[in-house]
Design a protein around this ligand. Sequence first.
Ligand SMILES: Nc1ncnc2c1ncn2[C@@H]1O[C@H](COP(=O)(O)OP(=O)(O)O)[C@@H](O)[C@H]1O
Ligand SMILES: [Mg+2]
Length: 241
Amino acid sequence: MRLAPFAESATIQLRRNWKRHALFTDWLRDDLADALWQEPERLLAGATVLQHRGVRRTVRINWAGSPFVLKHFVEPTWRHGLKQLVMRSRARKTWNIMHLLADSGVLTPRPVACVENTRGPFQLDSYLLYPYVPGETIRQHLSAHPDPLLTATALQRQLVALWDRLKALQVSLADANPGNFIVSSDHQLWVIDLDKARKHRSALWGEKRRRSTWQRLTTKLAQAAQTGVTLPSHTRLRHAA
Ligand SMILES: Nc1ncnc2c1ncn2[C@@H]1O[C@H](COP(=O)(O)OP(=O)(O)O)[C@@H](O)[C@H]1O
Ligand SMILES: [Mg+2]
């Protein structure tokens, strides 16, 4: 095992053998790192399933009193595995973007482990571990709150600030599912699912994706509020003016 600096914020341990490659941040407990390294599929099997969709399974695990999310990405076909010869695994791409956002002050859980199963040059399935954020999804929060107008206004402010930050980083989110945003118990808006997020070289392409995601997300949220509260259209975003 060797130590390598990563981003500005963490020291990363790298482990590698003939069938597995792993990154662990130095604040991950050794026993959890060992469990992930030895038998990640066992951790998955004993956990509470949050979501299971085709190639992705998302579960919650509790370890020494701390809640984590473990996400398992499976390459759907050998062709996808071949593609990973030149590209990073899905877990590793998501790791990179979550660290980038967390380092830049965006409220997103900072991944603590990434495990990639490999055979020679091929990437097989991969795992990502990050903290669980206690709270409600933005949809649950909006539909359950007794004062939807106030709630929507507070969320709107945080969403606009998030989109401004994404623009500054040239990052776009493509997944407009309200389940990807958690309102924590202290009313902070967290973005928790970055699987489809991209860092763009072209500012224009990023803007196009950000606008379209914004429009789909705010339409869904307005429906969730169910009170005629209208969240702003993308044209009213500060950065889009
Ligand atoms: N870090 C987290 N903190 C709290 N809840 C989470 C977290 N990650 C996932 N969840 C819950 O699990 C659900 C599915 O997770 P998500 O990452 O969106 O999976 P998928 O990639 O399948 O869309 C979310 O809608 C949320 O309710
Ligand atoms: Mg999701």
